[in-house]
Design a protein around this ligand. Structure first.
Ligand code: HEC
Length: 368
């Protein structure tokens, strides 16, 4: 768009100078032609703020110089200055905006924040249920398409000059938007609090004697699977990944966090949802928090060791199971695998299918 602006500016300058030279500077036809050439591109779906600003300056100069009977030469000098001025002003304002954006979304390194997962015992990636992983990957989708936040962040760092020149100040045309606004993360709900306290019997050593969930019949695992998958998708939040260049250069990443309370249908009421992390610490840890998991809070949160149900469940997840469910009269407990999907591989530096963590849920029965 800058080229179009420069073209139109040159034309405006020639028109103003020519009219002044012919002594017709302040005639209605002269003013009209300046207006027509600066506003005219709008009919071609282009808006050129620089040209409009320049046309106003040139019209004012023409009036002042005509009144003072200035020579053509001094008019020309002032007109050159008046034509360049809008570029300087809009260039400076746009430069400030871009510099601000670079300061707000700098490249950050994930290396210290996110250790490469160590090899753990178990056959986790080999036997991981690939169908669940594939379902997660296809629901997560892609975030690098034209116009997305990731694409805007990539433009900011990797095509800075292009993005600078595509800012609206230099002219707006259809399909040429590389908006700075697209860098902003979407506004989301704050992370909800834990819905309740765990029923005490779930934490006792009796956990392991809970009755295994029946898997035949009307597939009790179905709604739990989709609840868990939706939970993982909400927690990681694809648009929050930002732009990943390499592990030292990630821009606009927002830490994983829940934005809504998962629901497993009418039958069950969620009481607690804890994250079990397998990446950040040497040993698996369960984070203790007042809110549903959000990493910026969990980094400083107290940790507890896994209880018997979770230890047993983790073993099952490591051996390829995706959900480990145990039921008792009062409710049920569920451990759901969080595996490394295709979209997580680069940042987590882990192979696809690797277990990165688990959500540990407790439910009580709803109603009578
Ligand atoms: C752009 C980088 C990035 C991407 C992409 C990413 N993560 Fe993370 N993830 C992190 C960081 C960094 C942490 C460590 C916590 C922190 O500093 O916010 C983390 C932590 C986690 C944890 C907690 C680990 C622990 O031990 O506490 C889990 C689980 C997790 N990520 C799962 C995923 C999954 C699943 C995906 C893909 C769907 C994913 N992440 C994609 C950066 C990323």
């Amino acid at each position: 768009m800058l080229q179009v602006s420069i073209g139109v500016s040159t034309l405006l300058f020639i028109i103003a100078l020519n009219n002044y030279r012919l002594g017709k500077g302040t005639s209605p036809s002269s003013i009209l032609s300046l207006a027509a050439f600066s506003i005219g591109p709008m009919f071609l779906m282009m808006f050129l703020p620089i040209a409009i600003l320049q046309a106003i300056i040139l019209a004012m100069l023409t009036v002042v110089c005509s009144m003072r009977r200035s020579t053509v030469k001094s008019f020309a000098t002032l007109a050159i200055f008046g034509s360049v001025l809008p570029y300087l002003v809009i260039g400076w304002l746009t430069y400030r905006q871009m510099a601000d954006a670079l300061e707000r979304f700098p490249y950050e390194s994930m290396v210290e924040r996110l250790p490469t997962p160590r090899k753990l015992p178990g056959k986790e990636s080999a036997t991981a249920e690939k169908s669940e992983l594939a379902a997660l990957e296809s629901t997560l989708g892609e975030n690098r398409h034209y116009g997305s936040r990731t694409w805007a962040l990539e433009s900011l760092h990797e095509r800075t000059l292009d993005m600078f020149l595509m800012q609206p100040g230099f002219g707006v045309a259809r399909m040429s938007d590389m908006s700075i606004r697209a860098l902003e993360p979407a506004a989301t709900e704050p992370t909800p609090a834990q819905p309740g306290t765990p029923p005490s019997e779930f934490l006792s050593a009796a956990d392991l004697t809970l009755i295994p969930t029946p898997t035949q019949g009307d597939d009790p695992v179905g709604p739990l699977s989709s609840m868990h998958r939706d939970g993982v998708i909400d927690f990681v939040g694809l648009p929050n990944f930002g732009f990943f260049k390499d592990r030292q250069h990630v821009s606009g990443f927002l830490a994983h966090r829940f934005t809504r309370t998962p629901s497993a249908g009418k039958q069950w009421k969620l009481r607690t949802l804890d994250l079990i992390g397998l990446v950040v610490h040497d040993e698996p840890v369960a984070y203790v928090s007042e809110n549903l998991p959000r990493m910026d809070e969990l980094r400083k949160a107290p940790k507890r060791t896994l209880d018997a149900f979770e230890l047993k469940g983790l073993e099952a997840l490591r051996n390829g199971q995706d959900l480990f469910v145990r039921e008792a009269a009062a409710g049920q407990r569920v451990l759901g695998a969080i595996r490394c999907a295709r979209q997580c591989v680069d940042c987590h530096d882990a192979e696809r299918g690797r277990l990165l963590g688990a959500f540990s849920y407790t439910f009580t029965r709803n109603g009578p």
